[in-house]
Design a protein around this ligand. Structure first.
Ligand SMILES: Cc1cc2nc3c(=O)[nH]c(=O)nc-3n(C[C@H](O)[C@H](O)[C@H](O)COP(=O)(O)OP(=O)(O)OC[C@H]3O[C@@H](n4cnc5c(N)ncnc54)[C@H](O)[C@@H]3O)c2cc1C
Ligand SMILES: Cc1cc2nc3c(=O)[nH]c(=O)nc-3n(C[C@H](O)[C@H](O)[C@H](O)COP(=O)(O)O)c2cc1C
Length: 583
């Protein structure tokens, strides 16, 4: 074989050298050379170590770990992960639960995105990581760069506590903070995007930084662009004589692109009650017609207060902002604010401490009304045109005044069939059905039963495995939510078992956790047979007590220590066989 200069890309000199070399090669040498030349150019460069990649092509690696209960942090982590990947960063995105803690010291760049739940507690899927990080066995991390994005709600006393704790601990372990932690309030989107922009500029070599395109939500309707859904059904499911009002609401989503999965939530943007708006306007001596600027619009202050701003929650950050416009409210700052804020609205403070500011100043210090989440109580597969919710009316007396919840109050007292509500879909990847054949145990009290109605509606459409519902409320006669439906599902075999706990129908209080303990052996057998356990509803009491009951069952049935039983529950959680949607 000889090469001709005229039809090859080589110079005359190269052709001469090749023509000397090739005829003298053995078959084995020819095969080796063939493979060598057909390998990717970068591999050859690496193998021979003759050529270093320019800085712009070196691989940066980053791990994004999220702790998320209702999906916000997870969604951000996934979005930012995809954007970094698009910029040639080698990215691993994982929940803290799925992350192997012993790999922490092998990482170069760690991005933490976490919310806070309970009263300053870590979200469920962050707990084991949080505990390992704070244990005495946590490794020193001098080679780790990190940054923390903390999601939270400033109406909670322990605002963004989990993010703050992780940040402080990583610093203690010697890790290098890439940028100051950013704490985000309920309207977290913009702050999160800004955090990410700084991070991507920090991680990527300056000459290769493509300004990341923040992907827009694919669906037409979103949290930023809510859908106006018409109420097609509204029924109070409690009977006369009940202490409660719990509304079954059906919203038409026909023609919208809202497609949910069982376990997801709907977010509702509420409006403040007219009389609470008037109370505030009166407290500061305005007429309500004063024009203010809100998001590039000029509007009367009464319109802005009714539709856009939170006026029913007093928080420490808000009190701090209001102090300069009041007389004497600084006395609250040394701790008195905790007691003062209970059951009081913004109007109370402005009246008690004589507001001296302008209409614009009050608008500038208030935060937007956060949307409220409601578990979806119907299946998309069964009926994609209507979405059902189960909304408990919040009602109480404080300082001799009757108060109602902003959203549940508006739904129960002001809105009727034919009216519309502003909604968006909030996906919840942490509360999902397994495949149809897997048995499920559903534990819920009060409105906590809502997602289980969507679970069962969905499984009624499938050839599904066993299902067991534990339901709790106050009274059998007045509070048995969806009673007729559950009984029909039991009769049809869609629901295999149901146990109820009506706490106030007898002298001693009986709650769902008592029923679970009564059936300990059987519950354990279901778990051993692969059942997925779900808890939904009140976090402070029910969910904590049920969690303890489950540990107790495992402890007793396996004759192991409390600690070992807790570990087993964490393993179940890791395997997505123990899921909670608690609030
Ligand atoms: C993931 C998730 C799913 C949810 N699913 C559902 C659901 O399916 N159904 C449902 O009904 N709710 C559900 N919720 C709760 C819901 O989002 C709202 O928090 C609830 O409806 C109250 O909102 P509101 O606007 O009516 O009341 P708000 O105006 O927010 O008022 C509630 C506040 O009033 C105060 N308050 C209440 N009682 C008293 C009292 N006795 N004394 C003094 N102050 C008091 C407390 O500060 C409380 O935070 C869910 C929450 C989450 C996070
Ligand atoms: C039941 C409950 C408890 C919460 N407790 C806190 C808290 O103690 N501190 C805080 O800053 N935020 C708290 N939040 C607000 C969440 O952190 C916030 O909604 C966040 O965006 C949720 O993100 P996630 O969906 O990733 O969990 C709480 C929210 C809920 C529903």
């Amino acid at each position: 074989m000889t090469l001709q200069v005229s039809n090859s890309p080589f110079t005359e000199k190269q052709v001469q050298l090749l023509n000397e070399l090739i005829p003298n090669l053995t078959e084995q040498q020819k095969i080796w050379l063939n493979g060598y030349l057909s390998a990717p150019i970068q591999v050859i460069a690496k193998a021979t170590e003759v050529q270093e990649l320019p800085a712009s092509q070196q691989t940066v690696s980053a791990t994004i770990l999220y702790g998320s209960q209702t999906g916000n942090s997870q969604k951000l982590a996934e979005k930012f992960g995809a954007l970094l990947e698009g910029n040639s960063v080698q990215v691993d995105v994982s929940s803290m639960l799925d992350f192997k803690f012993k790999n922490l010291k092998k990482l170069d760049n760690l991005l933490i995105i976490t919310s806070t739940h309970g009263e300053g507690e870590a979200p469920d899927n962050a707990i084991p990581f949080y505990e390992s990080l704070h244990s005495s066995r946590a490794p020193k991390l001098p080679d780790l760069n990190y940054a923390v994005l903390a999601l939270g709600d400033s109406s909670y006393e322990k605002f963004c506590q989990t993010g703050a704790d992780i940040d402080i601990r990583l610093k203690e372990l010697g890790a290098n903070q890439l940028l100051e932690r950013v704490n985000c309030d309920v309207d977290y989107e913009e702050a999160a995007e800004q955090w990410f922009e700084v991070i991507s500029n920090t991680l990527l070599p300056s000459n290769s930084t493509k300004q990341p395109e923040i992907s827009r939500n694919e669906s037409a309707y979103s949290k930023k662009n809510p859908y106006q859904a018409e109420i097609v059904e509204k029924i109070n499911l409690n009977m006369d004589g009940s202490n409660k009002e719990t509304y079954h609401l059906e919203l038409s989503v026909e023609g919208s692109d809202i497609a949910w999965q069982a376990g997801d939530c709907i977010g509702i943007y509420p409006h403040n009650q007219q009389d609470i708006v008037e109370e505030l306007i009166e407290a500061v001596g305005f007429s309500g017609k004063e024009i203010v600027q809100y998001k590039n619009e000029s509007l009367p202050i009464e319109v802005v207060l009714k539709n856009y701003l939170e006026i029913t929650v007093l928080t420490k950050p808000l009190i701090e902002k209001l102090v300069p416009y009041t007389t004497g409210a600084d006395e609250l700052l040394d701790g008195k604010w905790k007691e003062y804020k209970e059951g009081r609205y913004v109007a109370n403070l402005l009246k008690d401490y004589n507001f001296t500011g302008s209409p614009q100043e009050i608008v500038d210090v208030l935060r937007p009304i956060p949307p409220r989440l409601y578990s979806i109580a119907s299946s998309y597969i069964a009926n994609p045109d209507e979405v059902s919710l189960l909304i408990g009316k919040v009602s109480y007396t404080a300082h001799d005044q009757q108060r109602i919840g902003v959203t549940s109050g508006e739904i129960s007292e002001q809105l009727e069939v034919g009216d519309t509500v502003s909604i968006f879909l909030q996906e919840n990847p942490n509360f999902k059905l397994p495949d149809a054949k897997t048995p499920i145990i559903m534990i819920g009290a009060g409105t906590g039963v809502a997602p289980f109605r969507s679970f069962i509606e969905e499984r009624a459409e499938q050839d599904a495995g066993d299902s067991w519902l534990f339901f709790g409320e106050q009274h059998f006669l007045t509070d048995f939510l969806y009673q007729v439906e559950w009984l029909r599902y039991l009769e049809d075999g869609v629901l295999t078992k149901m146990d109820v706990a009506f706490s106030r129908d007898q002298e001693e209080k009986i709650y769902v956790q008592h029923r679970i303990l009564e059936k300990a052996e059987e519950v354990y057998k279901w778990i051993e047979d692969g059942a997925v356990i779900y808890i939904c509803g009140d976090e402070k009491t029910m969910a904590k007590d049920v969690h303890e009951a489950l540990i107790q069952i495992i402890e007793q049935q396996e004759q192991i220590s409390h600690e070992k039983a807790e570990e087993k529950l964490v393993t179940l959680q890791r395997e997505k066989r123990y899921q909670r949607d608690v609030y």
